[in-house]
Design a protein around this ligand. Structure first.
Ligand SMILES: *Cc1c(COP(=O)(O)O)cnc(C)c1O
Length: 419
């Protein structure tokens, strides 16, 4: 795709309606049409040859040359424009979009890890990610070593060297804040670990699943990460109607990610690209309102007599966690978890009595959602790990949407009254 010179002094939210799209190339349509096509016609054989030379790396791309349109498993205008728009939020050089968050995550892990390499990863991570790391990567001879938000740097470094993995470490994968309790992992610490274990020909890559905070409230690339990963199903899509994923980073690394994506064939389709472009136009407005609502919900819960403890980034008490928050987060987010007084019975009564909020997993959407991590999203986490991460039977997780705040508070209040 040809690109207009970006107005880079403008904020991303001002550019989401136009960036990277030229109406003149599409009959003047103000919106990018859905390019529902599998293949693209070359002007002549020479052009086809030249496009393939770049696609297969037979020659370097010219300074301002973009990869020509060939076939929709490699590229498609809806995806390329979407990728360009996504780079603005994280100030990334490049982006690759995928058919799901899981495909973005697994493609990066498979693309950069080989048998004999070691992966350091934070715990807990998303259930699908943890299964892929623990049950599938290990089948391919990749050594894995987990750590949690409570472990100090020295302890993690010692665990790596005790296992003899110091020279094998290829990647550090973290999810911060951790789902569902908002425990934060220090990205600066991850960078120090990567630097401490770097050798002449190996600098461990840092990949951060930023689904919980991005792309507005945390920008891991600015804190030393090499990859930012998203389940675009969540805030980016934002309407609970599409599954998608994204990976952002430097031009060189994303070129490798896109090569792997071409062979796995897990790129998003044009419809997904179009839906996400539509979503991006309201991303800032939605996320701002969700956060504002979440701050009020957290405050309301903190004062409620039937609530034992609230886990929200706006009300961190631990000193070290507070320091990490101030260092790397730019917002408090819209995910609020809390311990209800009692256990599963009380938590279920609360969930079953909600009238406005929906009882469903997933997060980051316009509608507020509630769920019970111990028996739902985190049912597969071993009980010892669940206890360590405060995922008890009393824990309820809320994803706050864009509804009127008084209606949300009324709903929570009446559901707690039924307990
Ligand atoms: C939902 C989610 C994923 C998986 O994304 P899909 O789009 O469902 O494949 C990965 N990480 C986090 C933190 C998530 O919330």
């Amino acid at each position: 795709m040809e690109m207009e010179q970006p107005e880079l002094r403008m904020r991303p939210e001002s550019l989401m309606m136009s960036y990277g799209y030229k109406p003149a190339l599409s009959e003047g349509a103000i919106k990018c049409p859905i390019f529902q096509t599998s293949t693209f016609v070359f002007k002549n054989a020479e052009e086809g040859k030249s496009f393939f030379e770049v696609a297969y790396g037979l020659r370097e791309k010219g300074e301002s040359e973009e990869l020509g349109l060939i076939y929709s498993r490699l590229n498609n205008p809806d995806l390329e424009i979407l990728e360009n728009r996504l780079t603005l939020w994280d100030k990334a050089e490049d982006c690759a979009v995928f058919e799901s968050g899981m495909s973005a995550i697994t493609t990066v892990l498979l693309g950069f890890l080989s048998p004999g390499d070691a992966l350091l990863y934070s715990k807990p991570v998303y259930g699908g990610t943890s299964h892929f790391i623990e049950e599938i990567l290990t089948r391919f001879g990749i050594e894995i070593i987990g750590f949690d938000a409570h472990q100090q740097e020295e302890e993690i470094m010692k665990a790596i060297s005790d296992r003899g993995l110091a020279s094998k470490l290829k990647m550090i994968f973290v999810e911060t804040p951790a789902n569902p309790t908002n425990a934060l992992i220090d990205l600066a610490m991850c960078k120090r670990i990567s630097n401490a274990l770097a050798s002449e020909d190996n600098q461990p890559l840092i990949a951060v699943d930023n689904t919980y905070m991005g792309p507005l409230w945390q920008h891991p690339l600015q804190h030393g990460a090499d990859f930012v990963l998203y389940s675009a199903t969540k805030y980016i899509g934002g309407h609970s109607d599409v599954i998608a994923g994204a990976c952002l980073g430097s031009k060189a690394l994303i070129a490798e990610v896109k090569a792997m994506r071409t062979f796995l064939g897990n790129m998003a389709g044009p419809w997904t690209g179009w839906l996400l472009m539509r979503s991006l136009e309201t991303l800032k407005a939605r996320m701002d309102l969700q956060q504002q609502n979440a701050i009020e919900v957290a405050e309301f819960l903190t004062k409620h007599p039937k609530v034992e403890r609230v886990y929200y980034l706006g009300s961190i008490e631990d000193k070290n966690q507070k320091r990490i928050f101030e260092q790397q987060c730019e917002g408090t987010g819209a995910m609020v978890s809390f311990d209800i007084k009692g256990g599963e019975k009380e938590a279920f009564r609360f969930l079953n009595n909600l009238k406005l909020m929906k009882l469903a997993v997933s997060l980051g959407s316009t509608e507020s959602l509630a769920e019970h991590p111990a028996s739902m999203t985190h049912a597969g986490v071993p009980i010892e790990d669940r206890i360590k991460s405060n995922i008890t039977d009393a824990l309820v997780r809320l994803s706050i949407g864009v509804e009127n705040i008084e209606d949300l508070k009324w709903d929570i209040d009446q559901a707690l009254a039924a307990v």
